[in-house]
Design a protein around this ligand. Structure first.
Ligand SMILES: Nc1nc2c(c(=O)[nH]1)N[C@H]1C(S)=C(S)[C@@H](COP(=O)(O)OP(=O)(O)OC[C@H]3O[C@@H](n4cnc5c(=O)[nH]c(N)nc54)[C@H](O)[C@@H]3O)O[C@H]1N2
Ligand SMILES: Nc1nc2c(c(=O)[nH]1)N[C@H]1C(S)=C(S)[C@@H](COP(=O)(O)OP(=O)(O)OC[C@H]3O[C@@H](n4cnc5c(=O)[nH]c(N)nc54)[C@H](O)[C@@H]3O)O[C@H]1N2
Ligand code: SF4
Ligand SMILES: [Mo]
Length: 917
């Protein structure tokens, strides 16, 4: 037993008070200190862990709000089969028996697991072992297919292994940071904050942002390149050609450590390199392209950060290799402050790759299509079977479910009915599947609605294990809350099913530490010069006992047996993991996306994330504070495009593709280039009637990685011709109204419903009756006195109602002919309370008698500071900087996530001031 020679990586010293754990959201992997102040009430105080190297105490707004998402609301508490509560024993027995039967009758490829980068490494390891080594199919794929698989493919092609060479310290050491296809300000906020701080300290550091949308990340950019969607390969190929023609190559590095340079350069030079044509094809100003090239040519310490604008593309793998080519050509890899750095999305996207959770991987960075690897893993696992070919990748997997070839699927910690492309087809596939098992911590999701068997999983704060962040740093997630109901760990469910399928010995894990230990041992198994060295090796932590595992400090892999500290950077020695140890240049050529806009589908739909929501909102949607910034699904559109289609700000629009439709409220902005629209991926069928953008997204994939092109779907956008608009504010949750446009938004002490309908309302009274039915029924059942206030103007279709119960305002319902309804914020503030005479009089006008009561849209979620408050303060107190706003209103002074918006508000106030009336 390896007992703690690991002074650098295992210690109990920093563990008290509170629990040191890791944030369950993005791949930055911030250390969090959680302190439970009231166990039954599950009250938890959250702070950044100052000793965690990823964040040194910083947290973004989502991390700071974690305490608001660990309550019992909405939790799945007991196993269920076909809607009936069952014991764990019955449920596991049922799943194991059905999977065994289907495998017996139809072969191992008739079953599948679809898992997630939000699983802990231990969960993931067990799932992968069960499917590949014991069921004998490679049909286990993961939402990382939608997220990181193009990077995996690019890394393997260039480096011979899926290796991220860099570490976060490089953020501070770089002289030029290129962010391409990454909105780090919103999606990797602590990395963004580190960059921002580095730049403030060292103003000579330059930042370039490459993105078809001008995002909040541009706030720190010296140069913004509005690349036309999909044109990254062309841009980076042209850069490679420039590096050659301007003699910026590292000839020694290329000759000694790389193959394929000549071919890659020839491919780059084969494209039209005339700057005017390049500018035309990429949509970027010629001078800006030249400036970018010059900076790259002259800056040895160049770091390229990339994320989904690169990966989620039908040429995603080629984009990754085009970027890596430029770093290899200049020898800028594995050195302080330089390298190609893929920012991973999910908290454990990396851990999943380490255990081989993708359908074309094996385990511990070995490959299914390598017979030696197969034999080795089989021997290590003492597995009865081992698939010889890759399994189905996510999009193909759900197609096979649709076709009835896959008859049973177990979906764990992901919500594919929302997040897959062509999502209505995914729903249809599950609807007709023989057996759908879903493990989730939340009871009602778009995917659990399709489940025959629901298994309650432990959530963050309850589960125990490890995750790996973007810089290869393995950290512990630790439990600090009791399991709710009968919820159990995901690894436990998988292992139990494994045992019940007849593989008791292979799945005899008693705790996550056992799983981790086996995983670590496999990583080091025959991993040496004689057998061929693999990058992923954590042999030093194989055989940790429970106490050492519990005390594990964050460390970066590889850490080989006998080593005492992890590895900051790889490839500094020019040694790669290909057969000959040389890196490979890849000859790539620009390719247009598979589906291009045309007269029928004139716009390119781009999808992605917003600052305060996480994916399908099952957790961030529990926090009213996180919904204060953006509460409703929106479609960002260029004002000129909107004008051409008679679309005005705040109109509801329908986005339609050949695959499906979604509705959202229009947001006009010049940050969105003409011909493109953007809609967030977050809204679900639970929270909206028709705002699940996945239904619209084309199921096109990258031919190498199988990653879907979620950033590029031709669509048409038309104004939703609403005959009426409305909203409801209610102190109690109401069922989602079944309307053409309906969105439920959680507020602090209320729910808000935004509504619109296509058909003329015959009776607004009847609609209000229907919408407020739950409120009235509850009052009736409790025998409480209700009072109704009404305002009707039938001539113009205006109807307003307020319901008071025993003097307290319970709900309001406003219906009108257009979207010009009063602001909701003032009314919302009145819900649940008694009304003053003044408020009562103003109530159905919807407008506060005192304008200061209207704070506007919330910009700073930490301190709930609204846009109108900020604008008033700027005007009245002459505030002229973000710091001044912070000093006056506190806005932007906690997590800093809203600072780019504060800057924009300042700028717009200054423009107004300077514009003569
Ligand atoms: N707030 C928040 N943060 C998150 C998440 C979340 O749900 N919410 N999810 C996490 C996960 S899993 C992931 S994967 C990451 C994703 O992090 P990011 O990749 O930074 O986020 P996205 O918004 O998906 O897309 C990034 C940008 O790519 C741009 N883009 C689109 N097409 C192109 C193109 O052709 N070329 C280039 N260069 N850019 C293009 C988009 O306009 C967008 O601004 O975020 C993580 N962090
Ligand atoms: N249009 C469009 N679609 C996209 C993207 C895009 O940019 N545009 N991005 C893609 C990307 S990069 C990603 S990563 C995916 C993300 O998409 P999903 O993975 O589908 O989204 P999540 O909401 O994170 O789903 C996680 C689910 O697991 C549950 N859960 C949380 N913790 C646990 C746990 O410990 N155990 C179990 N069993 N369940 C748990 C949550 O309640 C939730 O239901 O979306 C992809 N889809
Ligand atoms: S930056 Fe990412 S890991 Fe850090 S607190 Fe925010 S969501 Fe969590
Ligand atoms: Mo992701």
């Amino acid at each position: 037993m390896n007992r703690l020679p690991l002074s650098d990586i295992s210690s109990t010293a920093t563990l008290l008070p509170g629990t040191n754990t890791t944030c369950p959201y993005c791949g930055v992997g911030c250390g969090v200190k959680a302190t439970v102040t009231d166990v039954p009430a599950r009250t938890v105080t959250i702070a950044g862990d100052e000793n965690h190297p990823a964040n040194s105490g910083r947290l973004c707004v989502k991390g700071s709000a974690l305490g608001e998402t660990v309550g019992m609301e909405g939790r799945l508490l007991y196993p269920e089969i076909r809607g009936e509560r069952k014991s764990w024993d019955e449920s596991l027995e049922f799943v194991a028996a059905e999977f065994s039967r289907i495998v017996r009758e139809h072969g191992p490829d008739a079953v599948a697991f679809y898992v997630s980068g939000q699983l802990l490494t231990e969960d993931y390891y067990v799932a992968n072992k069960l499917m590949k080594g014991f069921i004998g199919s490679a049909n286990i794929d993961t939402n990382s297919r939608l997220c990181m698989s193009s990077s995996v493919a690019g890394h393997k092609r260039a480096f011979g292994a899926d290796t991220v060479p860099n570490c976060y310290e490089d953020l501070e050491l770089a002289d030029l940071v290129v962010l391409t296809g990454s909105n780090a300000a919103w999606c990797h906020p602590v990395i963004f904050q580190r960059l921002k701080a580095a730049k403030e300290k060292r103003p000579g550091m330059r930042i370039v942002v490459i993105d078809p949308r001008r995002t909040a990340t541009c706030d720190i950019a010296d140069l913004y390149l509005p690349v036309k969607a999909g044109e990254d390969v062309r841009l980076f190929n042209a850069l490679l050609a420039q590096l050659a023609s301007r003699d910026a190559l590292d000839h020694d590095f290329i000759e000694q450590h790389c193959n394929g340079f000549v071919q890659a350069l020839a491919a780059a030079q084969a494209q039209d390199l005339a700057i005017a044509h390049l500018a035309h094809d990429t949509g970027i100003d010629a001078l800006d392209i030249e400036r970018f090239f010059s900076w790259f040519v002259t800056t040895p310490r160049t770091l390229t950060l990339y994320s989904q604008g690169v990966n989620q593309s039908s040429s995603g793998s080629d984009k990754v290799n085009a970027i890596i080519n430029c770093h290899l050509a200049t020898g800028r890899i594995g050195k302080p402050g330089s390298g190609p750095f893929s920012l991973t999305g999910q908290p454990n996207a990396m851990g999943g790759r380490e255990v081989g959770g993708l359908a074309n991987q094996l385990a511990a960075h070995m490959d299914i299509d390598n017979p030696e690897h197969r034999e080795r893993v089989q021997r290590f696992w003492q597995a009865p079977v081992m698939p010889e070919k890759n399994g189905l990748k996510a999009v193909d997997m759900f197609e096979a479910v649709h076709a009835g070839k896959i008859k049973a699927i177990w979906i764990v910690a992901t919500n594919p009915v929302v997040s897959m492309p062509d999502a209505d087809r995914v729903r249809a596939a599950l609807q007709q599947c023989e057996l759908v098992v879903v493990s989730d911590c939340i009871a009602d999701t778009d995917t659990t609605r399709m489940a025959h068997v629901k298994l309650p999983a432990l959530g963050w704060g309850e589960k125990d294990g490890t995750v790996t962040n973007s810089e290869r740093r393995i950290s512990r997630q630790r439990a600090f809350l009791p399991a709710p109901g009968e919820a159990r760990a995901d690894w436990w469910m998988m292992a139990e099913v494994g045992r019940r399928m007849g593989f008791a010995d292979a799945f005899a894990f008693a705790a996550p530490a056992d799983v981790f230990s086996e995983h670590a041992a496999l990583s080091a198994f025959e991993n040496d010069a004689a057998h061929g060295r693999r990058d992923f090796d954590i042999g030093a932590v194989a055989g940790l006992d429970a106490a050492a595992y519990d005390a594990l400090l964050p460390f970066q892999w590889p850490i080989r047996s006998g080593e005492h500290a992890g590895t900051k950077r790889l490839f500094a020695d020019g040694q790669f993991f290909t057969a000959d140890g040389r890196a490979r240049f890849l000859a790539v050529s620009p390719r247009t996306p598979a589906n291009l806009p045309d007269a029928d589908w004139p716009f390119v739909l781009n999808t992605g994330r917003i600052r305060d929501q996480w994916h399908t909102m099952t957790r961030t949607g529990l926090s009213a504070r996180l919904l204060a910034h953006i509460g409703e699904p929106f479609c960002a559109m260029n004002p000129d495009d909107a004008a051409a289609f008679a679309i005005r700000e705040h109109d509801v629009v329908t986005l339609e593709s050949r695959w499906g439709l979604a509705r959202a409220r229009v947001q006009l902005t010049r940050d969105q280039s003409a011909g493109t629209v953007f809609m967030p991926m977050h809204w679900t069928g639970v929270l909206s009637s028709h705002s699940r953008v996945g239904a619209v997204v084309n199921p096109v994939v990258d031919p190498v990685s199988g990653q879907p092109e979620s950033k590029h779907t031709p669509v048409r956008v038309r104004r939703f011709d609403a005959a009426w608009h409305g909203f409801v504010l209610s102190s109690v949750a109401l069922p989602l109204p079944d309307q053409d446009y309906a969105v439920a938004v959680r507020g602090g002490k209320f729910w808000r419903f935004e509504l619109a309908g296509e058909n003329t309302l015959v009776g607004p009274t009847e609609l209000a009756d229907e919408l407020l039915k739950t409120v009235m029924q509850q009052a009736l059942a409790q025998g409480r006195a209700t009072e109704t206030l009404e305002y009707v103007d039938a001539s113009c279709g205006v109807y307003r109602r307020a319901v008071l119960i025993e003097g307290l305002l319970q709900s309001v319902c406003f219906i009108g002919p257009d979207s010009g309804l009063p602001e909701r914020r003032w009314l919302a503030g009145l819900i649940g309370g008694p009304l003053s005479a003044l408020d009562r009089r103003a109530l159905l006008s919807g407008r506060a008698a005192d304008p200061a009561a209207d704070v506007g849209n919330i910009i700073c979620a930490c301190f709930a500071v609204g846009e109108k408050t900020i604008r008033r303060a700027i005007a009245t107190q002459n505030l002229d900087s973000v710091a001044a706003i912070g000093a006056c209103l506190k806005a932007g002074s906690n997590c800093g996530s809203c600072q780019p918006e504060l800057k924009q508000i300042l700028a717009s106030c200054q423009v107004v001031e300077k514009t003569p009336a």
